[in-house]
Design a binder for this molecule. Sequence first.
Ligand code: G3I
Length: 511
Amino acid sequence: MSSVMRCGHGRTRGLPALLVGALTLAFALTGGPATAAQQDTLHELAAAQGKYFGSATDNPELSDAAYAATLGSEFGQITPGNSMKWDTTEPVQGQFDFTKGDVITAFAAQHDQTVRGHTLVWHSQLPSWVGNLPPAQVEAAMTRHITEEATHYRGAVTAWDVVNEPFNEDGTFRTSPFYTAMGTDYVATALRAAHAADPDAKLYLNDYNIEGLGAKSDAMYALVSELLDEGVPLDGVGMQAHLAVQYGFPYQMQANMRRFADLGLDVAVTELDVRMQLPSDTAKSDTQAAYYRQVVEACLAVERCVGITVWDYTDKYSWVPSTFPGQGAANLYDENLLPKPAHGAVRTALGAGDDGGQGGEPGAFKAQYRNTDASVGDNQIKPGLQLVNTGGTAGDLSDVTLRYWFTAGNGAATYSSWCDWSPIGCSHVTHRVVAMDTPEAGADHYLEVGFTGGSLAPGASTGEIQLRLNKTDWSAFDESDDYSRGSGTSYADAPKIAVYAGDELVWGIEP
Ligand code: G3I
């Protein structure tokens, strides 16, 4: 049993440290990343080097609170993945709808982020009416579309991908309604229209497979050289950087960036991800981390490389699996929004000190959870927890605590908590309820679970710890919105249950 303690959001210590002998349970290591406390965000690290670090996003994702929290805090720039494209903004000729894009620019304004506008002229996600126009009417339709959209977003968008993906792989121009109607001139016409509508926005041409030296990047180089010679308003080249571990790293990316920079253009990495054939394994994950690192290093080495945008930041919302069946795991964070080794590699490349962020470090832990309580409205909360040592060395349990967050509701402000059963023995488990000074959504208290001592071998699990808590007046809870509660009745990795080693968060996301 224990009674309630008051505590701020930060970490407090105070568990008894009686050593009870090693816990040498021999469950297999199931892997999984750990997060460690971090001092700087990706964007702060990049900004210290004069660059931005951004992510694509999309409207449906913003209702995912955990996703939006990391998007809003870790990144200094966002790009709408779909909401500013032609099929969304002018689905019917002359009928403009900027509702979705406005949500993105509002999010950016709230989080002090810049926005790359994506995209004004593209052969894809183009409503069929454009392709059905007589060629003689396409230029006017294109100019009107650009003018309306770039004017609407004036001040809210700092850069535009004015023309997206103009080239085929061999460097010839891609056929599109614009190319068919205007030939190569459509690019200059589009840039001039965008500049007239928003003279302050940086105007880009954007394409994939132009990251390294090769036929396609040569074509882009020739085009932008010609446009600059003609005095067409153009500020930069966007290199999408949809990479894949099985295709190798782009040939001489840094030298390629530099040749564009030497023309007086900015360069931006606009859509970075590194996919792989699933399932992921250590070798692929290491290659992926190396590719992410090399992209960051190339950008850092070229002054005119203004920043990097990942296409999106988590595997949870990646475009890859639906476009390349059997491939995925392309992003910096996994489907549970936990950072992967590539995230640590990016941080290191951006100059982070040894302050964490590297997934799966020795001595790391993870929490697993199952719901042992079918009722969300009764007078007890019953989480089942397991602690797993995911590191390569024995973990000292006297230093480890877990937190399960919940909301108290009405009734007594004092609690009893219980360990009902565990293979390691409930006498080795400590538990108490702590009230948060600053409640968060779904969390105004947490159950803190610790250990009287002992250690957990590499790969070992404590096995189930059956926990239970109630208010001392036995009034009911409403668990339906509780931050840490899940509905699964079998043990699974639980990112909403935190694990701390000492004062450091080593697993999970706090509310
Ligand atoms: O919104 C509809 C929804 O109503 C419908 O139920 C659903 C059924 O398929 O489709 C939804 O639209 C999808 C849209 O994303 C929004 O989620 C489209 O099918 C899907 O094709 C579209 O994919 C986008 C893709 O561009 C289209 O080419 C991706 O999200 C987007 O990330 C991707 O982004 C492109 C860049 O713009 C240019 N560079 C390559 C990059 C990756 O393909």
